[in-house]
Design a protein around this ligand. Structure first.
Ligand code: N2P
Length: 368
């Protein structure tokens, strides 16, 4: 399906660029976005389309490597893409993304300065990207199923997943992990007491060995399925993303199936990620892309996004509109104390990235 959609989009892009060669062709009323799955509420799409007459074509990915390949190859036909903040420098250097026209994004004037200070490391002055959402990678679990298999399980510790003798207890009820090589590797390195971004081959091999030791207990790496499987009780434990865990609990509550899903920020520390919006250099509808970015950064759309997905956003005026239960949830809007345990993703050099990719592939495929 995705491939078909991509084909349709690139055909569209072709016809649009043919048009753009002509004298005064305006952009057609479409904007093609490539975002994480479940990341734009349906009513937000409907409202933007109604207000502007621009149709949003929302294509999704569930592993950032899929995005990077498309972004760096070019010609994707997308108008807005959503890398992690640590990738923006690389995309910009490769000439894959364009500078934003800030005059068209007035809502970018009210962004959380702490988050902006962090993003500036990769993208000084937010020239190329604006933040959409952030969150942490941590322990998603079904407390009832865990308690049945282990009394006093250390649910806020990565021992749940990284200690083979503990993970083995939950193999039958299902453990999953997000397909996030750099993210999980940084969490594993940190768990072992190393710098999460260590480039030391010895450190990386030890993290690879840690992952290999728990491989028999990991059922799958389908990031996009974890939320619904936890909500349905088909998994009992996962290493995954905060909003997806809290969202799984909300879904289970809606379907009244008696299942509870909880999320813990690992006590050993973990990564905090920032998903940002940026425009490919060859985007066929750059003007529409700016209009949609501005819309998504409005306080109303940002608050609706956070209420629906349970991932916080960086728009300061949105916070008072976020539901109190969401705002007061320390796993969503974490305290300064939690923040101290978090490290933000950093770009890797090519050499250590290759090793991370190799170790991850052998982990996923179970080869050494
Ligand atoms: C998608 C959540 C993805 C966040 N629902 C990972 N950066």
């Amino acid at each position: 399906m995705r491939r078909l959609a991509a084909l349709a989009i690139s055909m569209l892009a072709l016809s649009v660029s043919a048009l753009a060669d002509g004298a005064s062709a305006a952009e057609d009323k479409t904007v093609n976005i490539y975002f994480w799955y479940d990341y734009v509420p349906a009513d937000t799409i409907a409202e933007f389309e109604k207000q502007t007459g621009i149709k949003i074509v929302y294509d999704t990915f569930d592993s950032v490597d899929m995005l990077t390949t498309k972004a760096l190859t070019g010609g994707s036909g997308y108008d807005i893409i959503m890398p992690g903040a640590s990738l923006v420098g690389q995309y910009a250097k490769a000439g894959a993304i364009q500078k934003l026209d800030k005059a068209r994004i007035p809502n970018a004037g009210d962004l959380n300065p702490d988050i902006m200070a962090f993003l500036a490391r990769q993208d000084p002055g937010a020239a190329y990207a604006v933040p959409y959402a952030y969150g942490t990678t941590g322990i998603m679990y079904n407390p009832a199923k865990i308690a049945e298999r282990m009394k006093d399980a250390p649910v806020d510790s990565l021992d749940m997943i990284f200690k083979p003798e503990i993970a083995a207890k939950f193999q039958d009820c299902g453990i999953a992990m997000v397909d996030s090589p750099e993210g999980v590797m940084s969490v594993a390195l940190n768990y072992l007491g190393f710098d999460p971004f260590s480039i030391d081959e010895g450190d990386l091999h030890k993290a690879g060995a840690l992952l290999a030791s728990i491989k028999p207990y990991v059922r799958h790496f389908k990031s996009g399925s974890i939320m619904s499987e936890l909500a349905a009780g088909d998994l009992c434990l996962a290493l995954g993303w905060s909003g997806d865990a809290i969202g799984a609990n909300a879904r289970a509550a809606e379907s009244k199936n008696g299942i509870e899903v909880r999320y813990a920020v690992p006590r050993e520390g973990t990564e905090i990620f920032f998903d940002v919006m940026t425009i490919p250099v060859d985007a066929p509808h750059s003007e529409n892309a700016h209009a949609l970015m501005n819309f998504l950064l409005s306080p109303q759309a940002s608050a609706r996004f956070t209420n629906a997905t349970l991932y916080p956003n960086a728009v300061q005026a949105a916070t008072p509109m976020v539901d109190e239960v969401v705002r007061d949830n320390p796993n969503i809007y974490f305290s300064k104390a939690t923040l101290k345990h978090l490290f933000a993703a950093q770009p890797r050099d090519q050499k250590s990235l290759r090793l991370v990719t190799r170790l991850w592939t052998s982990f996923m495929t179970g080869t050494n």
